[in-house]
Design a protein around this ligand. Structure first.
Ligand SMILES: *Cc1c(COP(=O)(O)O)cnc(C)c1O
Length: 243
C-alpha cells in the first residue's frame, strides 16, 4: 500500500469492477456465488460469512437497489458522506458498518449510525466511544504494513489495545480487521491475520470474528477464516469520482 498517497482509499489489488455492461444484480449474484464456492472449499457454510457491501462515493439510490437485492450489511469509509447517506436511505433493515480511518473527535458521531466499527486502532477512539449512547461492536484494525498512515495498530500493540477495549464499557470486541498490503501475497497476509486472531482470543475468547477480504482478495481471506468481507467495486462497479 505504500505507493498509495495518504488519504487515498484502499482498493482491491485488481480493480475488478467487472464488465460495465453487467447489471448490479449480475455482479451481486456472481460475488455471492464466488463467496459460496470459497466457503465450501474451506469447509464452512456460506451463511457464516457476512458480506459488507462498501458503497462509498455511491449515491443513496444504489444502496436502495442493493437492499432490494437482499443486501443487509452496508459499509462506508468517510464520516460526512456516511452520515448523510444513512439518513437519506433511512432503511431500518440495514446494518451500517464504518470501515474507514476515524478521527477520535468524530467517533461518537460515527457510533450514532454505525452499529459496527471495523477500524478501531487506538485508545483515544475507545475513550470517545465509551460515552456513546449504545454499545458499539468493534473490530481492532491491525496494520500489516510498516506505514503508520495506513491505519491500524502495529502487531506489537494489539494486546494492549485489546485489553483496554475489553475494559471499556459500551464496547464489544468482535475480532480483528485488516487490509492486505498491495503487492504482497494476500493468502500470506491473511494467514498473519488468522494467527493474530488466535492470539487475541487468548485474552478475548469471544473475539472470534475476522474482517478481511475486499474485491480482489476475498477468496484468499475466506480460506484463512474471514467472517466479514468488505466488498466494494466487485459488486457496485467502479466508484464514481469523490464528490
Ligand atoms: C473501499 C474499501 C473496501 C472495498 O474495496 P473494494 O476494493 O472496492 O472492494 C474495503 N475496505 C476498506 C477499508 C475500504 O476503504
Amino acid at each position: 500500500m505504500t505507493s498509495v498517497p495518504r488519504g487515498a482509499e484502499p482498493v482491491g489489488r485488481a480493480r475488478d469492477g467487472g464488465d460495465p455492461q453487467d447489471s448490479l444484480r449480475d455482479r451481486w449474484e456472481r460475488v455471492q456465488s464466488a463467496i459460496g464456492d470459497a466457503a465450501r472449499e474451506s469447509g464452512r457454510s456460506p451463511e457464516s460469512i457476512t458480506t459488507v457491501v462498501v458503497t462509498k462515493f455511491h449515491p443513496a439510490s444504489l444502496v436502495r437497489e442493493l437492499a432490494d437485492l437482499g443486501a443487509r450489511d452496508l459499509g462506508e469509509s468517510r464520516h460526512q458522506e456516511a452520515r448523510a447517506k444513512v439518513a437519506e436511505v433511512a432503511d431500518p433493515r440495514l446494518t451500517w458498518h464504518f470501515v474507514g480511518q476515524i478521527q477520535s473527535k468524530k467517533a461518537r458521531q460515527i457510533a450514532a449510525y454505525a452499529r459496527v466499527i471495523h477500524s478501531l486502532d487506538r485508545e483515544s477512539i475507545l475513550d470517545a466511544l465509551a460515552s456513546a449512547e449504545r454499545t458499539t461492536e468493534c473490530f481492532l484494525q491491525l496494520n500489516l504494513t510498516d506505514d503508520p498512515s495506513r491505519g491500524g495498530v502495529a502487531p506489537d500493540g494489539l494486546n494492549a489495545l485489546a485489553e483496554r477495549a475489553l475494559a471499556t464499557p459500551g464496547i464489544r470486541v468482535l475480532g480483528i480487521m485488516a487490509v492486505a498490503p498491495l503487492g504482497d501475497d494476500p493468502r500470506r497476509a491473511f494467514a498473519t491475520v488468522r494467527a493474530a486472531s488466535e492470539r487475541l482470543q487468548a485474552t478475548a475468547p469471544d473475539a472470534t470474528f475476522i474482517s478481511a477480504g475486499m474485491s480482489g482478495d476475498f477468496r484468499e481471506a475466506i480460506l484463512e477464516g474471514a467472517t466479514h468481507l468488505r466488498i466494494g467495486t466487485a459488486i457496485t462497479g467502479n466508484r464514481p469520482p469523490a464528490g
